[in-house]
Design a protein around this ligand. Structure first.
Ligand code: HGY
Ligand code: MN
Ligand code: MN
Length: 394
């Protein structure tokens, strides 16, 4: 808990509430320094890989069959204090617990911090783990632009880093035997069960699509209805279509528009363009996107506007390694939990046996300042993670 409260003042967002910590901003840089300092205090050897992920090693970084545990430190805009940092702080505390037990890992053990898991700046979630595993093309990554139009390549260069180094690191992946991510629960499943922990079973299919509506900018007061081609109108219809689609596709469907950006965005101006992003999740996200896109197109036509739809990131459903999940369940005594939140563990799972431990969040609220985990449950998570690492590193 001390490790977490260390971060209380880093990246607080007075306008949105909560915290905003994005790749390359001051807050995220402070978090990297904090992690490096905390790892150093524990005698862990810290390195930054070609994709800005941090690795803090206990044992030989070159050794085979390493065990890695960790999560991310970046946040969504105005996010909570636990999504990401709880997994990193718990991993550091688990190292302390192993030390106090007199355990010397029989395999190399790494605490990992993945870069830009939320995609909060450059728009692609799990940026660091996707680049590391080769599931995101480095050229595409270099050209990703943040809301101010700065590319990832420019952002890296301005920090003295080498954008040309971005790309898969198969040797680093090959040295990994297992990866376990501890994460605050997102959604309310453990409170009703009365359980502090759960072992991850699956991660739902999910993705994010950008819809760009183009019309004609004009004066809010002097432009007659008949002369308007207002992209805000089909954009608004699309927001409502996302809700209707979610309701039409059953309980597991999720369709959300949380981000909408008009250009120029003047109070007295009919917009020329509106970008909105659709977050779709469930058994068949593409079916949701198809329905929302159909509604968007017909609303755009009716207003004399055009609409362009672009997939920004798509993730299939992930089944976390069943054998590892069984091991985690045996060690911790915890039940299973499927999640509709994406994680780096879900990206690594295609290359390394990956598992998750979820720590109870009493209200289930996440991606918001009210995200919470009780101290006792956090402590249970650390003990469980230490037990898991002791067993996996035997
Ligand atoms: O968006 C997600 O599902 C995750 O919390 N990054
Ligand atoms: Mn998140
Ligand atoms: Mn997360």
């Amino acid at each position: 808990m001390t490790l977490l409260t260390d971060l209380d003042d880093v990246g607080r967002d007075p306008r949105r509430g909560g915290w905003s910590r994005h790749l390359g901003d001051d807050a995220e840089s402070t978090l990297r320094e904090w992690f490096t300092e905390q790892a150093g205090r524990r005698g862990l050897q810290v390195e930054t890989d070609a994709n800005l992920n941090l690795w803090a090693w206990w044992g030989d970084p070159e050794g085979p069959d390493a065990v890695a545990t960790g999560s991310h430190l970046d946040s969504v805009p105005g996010g909570g204090a636990y999504d990401g940092p709880l997994g990193v702080a718990s991993a550091l505390a688990a190292v302390d617990a192993l030390r106090s037990r007199g355990v010397v890992p029989g395999r190399p053990l790494a605490v990992v911090v993945f870069a830009e898991e939320e995609g909060g700046r450059f728009g692609v979630p799990c940026l660091g783990s996707r680049l590391l595993t080769g599931s995101l093309d480095p050229d595409r990554a270099r050209g990703l632009r943040d809301p101010d139009g700065v590319t990832l390549a420019e952002a890296l260069t301005s920090r003295g880093l080498r954008p040309e180094h971005l790309g898969p690191e198969p040797r680093r992946i090959a040295r990994l035997g297992r990866f376990v991510e501890l994460h605050v629960e997102q959604g309310r499943n453990l409170a009703p069960r009365g359980e502090p922990l759960a072992v991850g079973s699956t991660i739902v299919a999910h993705g994010r699509w950008r819809l760009s509506f183009t019309g004609r900018a004009d004066h809010a007061g002097t432009t007659r209805r008949a002369d308007r081609r207002d992209p805000m109108v089909p954009a608004a219809a699309t927001v409502l279509a996302a809700r209707a689609t979610m309701e039409a596709h059953g309980d597991d469907a999720r369709a959300t528009v949380g981000r909408l950006h008009p250009v120029p965005g003047g109070t007295n101006v009919v917009a020329s363009r509106v970008d909105l992003w659709l977050d779709a999740r469930g058994p068949l996200p593409q079916a949701l996107v198809d329905d929302v896109t159909a509604a968007a197109r017909s609303a755009a036509d009716a207003e004399g506007c055009t609409v362009e739809v672009r997939a920004e990131s798509v993730s299939d459903e992930v089944t976390l390694d069943p054998g590892l999940a069984d091991t985690l369940a045996t060690i911790t005594g915890a039940g299973r939990l499927a999640t509709a939140a994406g994680h780096d563990a879900g990206v690594l799972a295609a290359h390394v046996p990956a598992g998750m431990l979820h720590v109870r969040n009493p209200s289930g609220v996440s991606h918001a300042p009210d995200e919470h985990a009780e101290d006792a449950d956090v402590a249970a998570g650390v003990r469980a993670l230490a037990d898991v690492l002791e067993e996996l590193c035997r």
